[in-house]
Design a protein around this ligand. Structure first.
Ligand code: SF4
Length: 326
């Protein structure tokens, strides 16, 4: 009798252990499945939105027009809340003004004219950190149907980055900070981007990385004859800071434009084949260390022509993504 009781007790204990183990296994499997399902759903959603294929700028030039259009899905929405900048880069072709987008009208746009967005970029042809309302706009986007399913990007020259609340940027789920920077040398940086200060940009960037470690940082560089031989130094500097993606864009020159510095441009424009040689050099040395994107003149010219016709700003599509080892 006693033996039977012991066996019964043991069986009970075994059954309860097995059931607890089973529920542990079930919950682990469940978690894995739900992670996979979420991942698959996100990828499907991303594909669906990307297939809508719309890559559009939104700024003071076309805001009213887009408000009159029916709602739309966007693969890329590149938004300028203001129309000014604190720098005068020698190769900049963009006109400026004091016009800004009204916050309430923007809220209206997000809720009535936008379906879904794969990538939302704040700052495209102008400098968003010049506007004190920057993080208010970012929070509006994050709390609207336009919250991007892939990347939420802030594009800046970095000089005034420290003036904005990084906590609100995190709250808005910013995934990428893209900093325009042309050289690791303060002299070259100043020569090409009048009004900047490399030390200040790097200090602001380090502060941002410390406070928003989950946001990836990109360097975006305009390649001219002045900095083309020094791009390796810039990559080394970026890698040391944890930069994950480097975007190189060949400088464009439109002689009919009345903003760009015509006295400097002819000496800055690359000669045939120089951009490709630079690309080969970079990939030869750094392939696998980060992601690289290259936009040569032909690619950028096509984008610029398209976007100039709708929004008067030079095109900002990044370039062709090099799918390397990284
Ligand atoms: S290129 Fe960008 S950072 Fe430079 S002046 Fe033009 S808008 Fe400003």
């Amino acid at each position: 009798m006693e033996g039977q009781a012991i066996i019964k007790q043991a069986l009970k204990a075994f059954a309860s252990a097995a059931s607890s183990r089973m529920s542990q296994v079930a919950s682990t499997v469940g978690e894995r499945l739900s992670k996979q399902t979420k991942h698959l759903l996100k990828a499907a959603k991303r594909r669906e939105v990307a297939e809508a294929g719309k890559d559009s700028q939104l700024n003071v030039y076309n805001f009213r027009t887009l408000m009159e259009h029916p709602p739309s899905d966007y693969d890329y929405l590149r938004f300028d809340l203001n129309n000014t900048c604190n720098l005068h880069c020698v190769y900049c072709h963009n006109h400026r003004s004091d016009e800004v987008i009204d916050l309430e009208q923007f809220r209206d746009f997000l809720h009535t004219k936008v379906g879904r967005v794969a990538n939302f970029q704040v700052g495209c042809g102008m400098e968003p950190t010049m506007d004190k309302r920057l993080t208010d706009f970012m929070l509006l986007i994050a709390d609207s149907p336009a919250k991007p399913v892939c990347d939420f990007i802030l594009q800046t020259n970095g000089i005034l980055l420290h003036k904005h609340d990084h906590g609100k940027m995190q709250q808005a789920s910013l995934t990428r900070l893209s900093v325009s920077i042309d050289a690791a040398s303060p002299e070259i940086q100043r020569d090409l981007r009048s009004g900047t200060n490399l030390q200040k940009v790097l200090r602001n960037l380090a502060g941002f990385i410390g406070r928003c470690p989950e946001t990836s940082v990109d360097f975006i560089t305009t390649v001219t004859r002045v900095n083309i031989d020094k791009v390796e130094d810039l990559i080394v500097l970026g890698l040391d800071m944890g930069v994950k993606r480097f975007v190189f864009r060949e400088v464009c020159y439109y002689p009919d434009n009345n903003i760009v510095d015509h006295s400097r441009m002819p000496e800055l424009v690359l000669r045939d084949g120089e951009f490709r040689q630079m690309k080969d050099r970079v990939l030869g040395r750094f392939d696998g260390a980060a992601q690289f994107i290259f936009g040569d003149n032909q690619f950028l010219h096509t984008c610029a022509k398209k976007s100039l016709s709708v929004s008067r700003m030079e095109g900002r599509a990044l370039g062709e993504i090099y799918v390397g080892k990284a």
